[in-house]
Design a binder for this molecule. Structure first.
Ligand code: GLA
Length: 354
């Protein structure tokens, strides 16, 4: 189905935004910490035209689903909650949003930890920026997207995904300080490339314990008398916390340190890979957001020659893994590991190289 077939009109504007994969810095963004994502080639495209009536009409090609709605109606479910959320946060920010026909198509996998929701929010807001000639820069777009997700999709997420979708590119890693929003585009480690593979275990952010982890971190920060866990760098400071708060804090402190190390110039792919391996162990043991399927896929990757390091990526509880491997070997390694992973009864698939 194309735009004309659904809406009997041509789109007036169109904008796209990519999914992202996070290389290091997991569950640090809502602790005011550091992250290191990059964009992936899979992207979401949103086209729109003013609606001929007093309702908004949203259509998703992949889901073959149409929603007809007014902004005074309750929040819808599914993909339309993100589109609706973007329109609502713009209206809350004082912009006039006329009824619209909005057409969504996406190659970002849903529910794999590659930020299909942020890509949808950023593409929707970019499209709205162009249609309504809004004075919004890329950081503001990310912030509005995050608000849409928090208020209308019910996930108390940080700012990483929307910033990555709005500001990262395929050629760099985006170093981001999520407190100040200071950022830097950094080169990838030399002689290395990235693999992204799905574990085949789906994950639902809102029901997955994400909000619980965030609450635990806030509780730990409060007990430690700091604004956010980012303010603690010394592991001695957390010895008096009881578990699980001590474990959660230890993950955040060591993960922030790993991102800062990864940022140092001239870090080799081998050293970068070691940081990824340590990140996975910390997410598994201290943050407790891995699952057996992710652990086994990560183990397979880590034990394959020419793999520098591997870890789960995104919120965890299922979804995808990222690995850093020797340049030119990504495709062969991904296929070899996928075959071994599937031999253990899992599905799984390769997202990068695509
Ligand atoms: C999800 C959230 C992000 C971030 C990651 C975990 O992707 O949307 O804000 O917290 O989980 O690092």
């Amino acid at each position: 189905m194309n735009f004309e077939q659904i809406f009997n009109a041509s789109p007036k504007v169109q904008a796209s935004a990519p999914g992202r994969v996070n290389l290091l810095g997991e569950h640090t963004d809502y602790n005011d910490g550091f992250v290191l994502p990059t964009a992936i080639s899979q992207q979401t495209t949103v086209s729109m035209v003013p609606s001929p009536n007093d309702r908004h009409h949203f259509y998703s090609v992949e889901l073959e689903e149409q929603v007809d709605i007014r902004l005074t109606d309750p929040t819808p479910k599914g993909f339309s909650s993100y589109v609706y959320g973007c329109l609502k946060v713009l209206a809350q920010a004082g912009y006039t949003v006329p009824p619209l026909n909005i057409f969504v198509t996406s190659s970002v996998p849903i529910g794999s930890g590659l930020s299909s929701s942020a890509a949808l929010e950023v593409a929707t807001l970019r499209s709205l920026r162009s249609l309504l000639d809004l004075d919004l820069d890329d950081v503001r777009i990310a912030q509005l997207g995050q608000q849409a997700e928090i208020q209308y999709a019910g996930v108390a997420c940080g700012i990483m995904d929307q910033m990555a979708s709005s500001l990262a590119d395929l050629q760099h890693m985006l170093f981001l300080d999520t407190r100040s929003l200071d950022r830097q585009l950094l080169p990838f480690p030399t002689n290395a490339e990235m693999i992204v593979m799905d574990s085949g275990v789906p994950r639902t952010l809102a029901t997955s314990g994400y909000n619980q982890r965030r609450a635990e971190c806030e509780e730990a920060a409060q007990q430690l008398g700091v604004k956010a866990l980012r303010d603690i760098t010394d592991l001695q400071a957390i010895v008096h916390l009881s578990d699980p708060l001590r474990q959660r804090s230890r993950h955040v402190i060591t993960e922030n340190d790993r991102v800062l190390r990864a940022r140092s110039a001239n870090l080799s792919a081998i050293e970068f890979g070691e940081l990824m391996n340590a990140s996975h162990a910390s997410l598994r043991d201290d943050y407790e957001v891995s699952v057996p399927a992710l652990d086994s896929l990560v183990n397979l990757l880590q034990s394959t020659p020419n793999v520098f390091g591997a870890r789960l990526t995104g919120a965890g509880f299922g979804g995808a893994c990222v690995a850093l491997v020797a340049a030119g070997k990504g495709d062969a390694i991904a296929h070899e590991v996928l075959a071994r992973y599937q031999a253990t009864g899992h599905t799984g698939q390769i997202f990068v190289p695509s």
